[in-house]
Design a protein around this ligand. Structure first.
Ligand SMILES: Cc1cc2nc3c(=O)[nH]c(=O)nc-3n(C[C@H](O)[C@H](O)[C@H](O)COP(=O)(O)OP(=O)(O)OC[C@H]3O[C@@H](n4cnc5c(N)ncnc54)[C@H](O)[C@@H]3O)c2cc1C
Length: 382
C-alpha cells in the first residue's frame, strides 16, 4: 500500500500528526498510520491504574474509534524500516510513503537491570501498572523503593508523583507507619530545569518522610536478599519495587540505521532526520527536550504544518520551540504545573505553579481535549 504520509506509531505524536493532517487536508491527507497496539493509553493513566484510581478498561482508547478523513489505521507490527526507500515491512506486508514519520516512542531495556521484569515490578508499561495494582494492597510493612534505572526516561516528574501517591495509598490503609519510602533518581533534584518545582517536591517528600536519593540509579534488584543495588554499589532494603526501566528506541528503529546513542538524531527545529523526507518525532528522537507526551505532540504539529505548507506552496511555518506544560501530582488530590522552555535560551528554564483545584480541572481537560480531538470521545474518564 502506498500512502502520501506513512506514520509509524499512533501515540501522542502519531495521533496528533494524523489529526492535524486530516483537519487541514481532509481526504487528501493520504495518511497511513501503523501501530501494533489495539488501544492508546495516556502515560499518566498508568499511575491511576496502579493506585486503583481507575479501572484498566476505562483508560484504554481503542484505535477502532479513530475515524478520520484521509487517515487509514493499520494494526500491524513493524519489523523493518528502510529509511532511504521510505519503506517499512510489517507482519501484514510492505508499505511505502512519500514522507515517512517515525513516531514509535521509547521502549524499555529491561535486560539492562538484572532483576527487573517487564509487567512485574515496573509501572511504565500498562501490564506492569495492572500487576502492581494487585501487589500494592498486599504490602503492609517494610521498605518500598521507587527507582529509576537509567536516564533519559519518560515524564521526569512521574517517579516523584509515584512516591507521593504511594504515601497516600499506604496512609489511607493505615500502614504508612510500618513502611519506608525511598525515591532513587539519576538527577540532583526532582525536576532539574525548574528549581521551584524541585523545591516544592523536596518539601513534600520531607513532610511525608520520603527519602530522596539524588544522582543515583538502580543497577540491579536482588529479590532473594530483598535488596535494590545502586549504581555506586550501595544497597537499599527493598520489599516492594516500583520501577522505571532504562529506556531506548524500539529495536526496529535501532536496526534501521537511523539511531545514534539509542535514539534518532534530528534537527530540533524541523524534526528532519539525516534522510530527506524522513522525520522522527516524540520519544524516539533526540530533540533536546524531555520525553513527554506534551513535547511529542508539539513536535508532531510542527511536522504536520510543514507538510501542509509544502503541499500548498506556502511559506514554511516557524520551527519547533521546545515549550510545554507538565502537570505534577502532589498527592492528596493536589496537582501542580511546571511550564518548561528547552530550546529558546542558553539553558532550559521552568516556571512552577503551585498545586490548586484549578489545576486539577486543567489536567482533566488536558486528557479530555485529546480524547475528543483524536478519538471523537469527549466524555471524561477517571
Ligand atoms: C507513568 C507515566 C506518566 C506519564 N505522565 C505524563 C504526563 O503527565 N504528561 C505527558 O506529557 N507525558 C507523560 N508521560 C509520557 C508520555 O506517555 C510519553 O512521553 C508519550 O506517550 C510519548 O509519545 P510518543 O508518541 O513519542 O510515543 P508513544 O506514545 O509511546 O507511542 C509510540 C507508539 O508506537 C507503537 N509501536 C512501537 N513499536 C512498534 C512496532 N514495532 N510496530 C508497531 N507499532 C509500534 C506503540 O504501540 C505506541 O502506540 C508519562 C509516561 C509514563 C510512563
Amino acid at each position: 500500500m502506498n500512502g502520501r504520509v506513512l506514520v509509524l506509531g499512533a501515540g501522542f505524536a502519531g495521533l496528533e500528526l494524523a489529526t492535524v493532517l486530516s483537519e487541514e487536508l481532509g481526504e487528501e491527507a493520504g495518511v497511513v498510520l501503523v501501530d501494533e497496539a489495539d488501544a492508546f493509553v495516556f502515560g499518566y493513566s498508568k499511575l491511576d491504574v496502579m493506585f486503583g484510581h481507575a479501572e484498566p478498561a476505562d483508560v484504554r482508547l481503542p484505535y477502532s474509534d479513530l475515524v478520520k478523513q484521509g487517515v487509514r489505521v493499520l494494526r500491524e507490527t513493524i519489523t523493518a524500516i528502510d529509511p532511504d526507500a521510505r519503506q517499512v515491512t510489517t507482519d501484514g506486508g510492505v508499505h511505502e510513503g512519500d514522507v515517512l514519520v517515525v513516531a514509535l516512542g521509547a521502549d524499555y531495556d529491561v535486560d539492562a537491570t538484572p532483576g527487573l521484569v517487564l509487567g512485574e515490578n515496573e509501572f511504565y508499561s500498562v501490564a506492569g501498572a495492572e500487576r502492581l495494582r494487585d501487589v500494592l494492597p498486599t504490602f503492609t510493612g517494610g521498605s518500598a523503593v521507587v527507582g529509576v534505572c537509567g536516564a533519559p526516561f519518560k515524564c521526569p516528574p512521574a517517579p516523584s508523583e509515584a512516591a507521593l501517591l504511594l504515601h497516600d495509598f499506604l496512609s489511607e490503609r493505615g500502614v504508612r507507619g510500618a513502611c519506608e519510602i525511598s525515591l532513587v533518581m539519576p538527577f540532583g533534584t526532582p525536576v532539574p530545569p525548574s528549581p521551584d518545582t524541585s523545591a516544592a517536591l523536596l518539601e513534600a517528600f520531607d513532610e511525608r518522610g520520603i527519602r530522596f536519593l539524588a544522582n543515583r540509579r538502580i543497577g540491579a534488584l536482588d529479590a532473594e536478599r530483598r535488596i535494590a543495588v545502586l549504581d555506586d554499589g550501595g544497597e537499599l532494603p527493598c520489599d516492594l519495587f516500583l520501577g522505571i526501566p532504562k529506556h531506548r528506541a524500539p529495536r526496529v528503529v535501532l536496526e534501521s540505521g537511523l539511531a545514534e546513542d539509542g535514539y534518532v538524531p534530528v534537527d530540533s527545529r524541523t524534526l528532519e532526520t539525516r534522510v530527506p523526507n524522513v522525520y522522527a518525532v516524540g520519544d524516539v528522537a533526540t530533540v533536546g527536550v524531555p520525553k513527554a507526551g506534551v513535547f511529542s505532540e508539539g513536535e508532531a504539529r510542527v511536522v504536520a504544518r510543514f507538510l501542509v505548507a509544502r503541499l500548498r506552496g506556502d511559506e514554511p511555518p516557524a520551527g519547533y520551540d521546545g515549550r510545554g506544560a507538565c502537570y505534577v501530582e502532589f498527592g492528596a488530590g493536589r496537582v501542580g504545573r511546571v511550564d518548561v522552555d528547552f530550546l529558546s535560551g542558553p539553558k532550559p528554564t521552568g516556571t512552577f505553579r503551585q498545586p490548586s483545584a484549578a489545576l486539577v480541572a486543567e489536567k482533566r481537560e488536558f486528557g479530555a481535549s485529546r480524547r475528543s480531538r483524536w478519538f471523537g470521545r469527549a466524555e471524561s474518564l477517571a
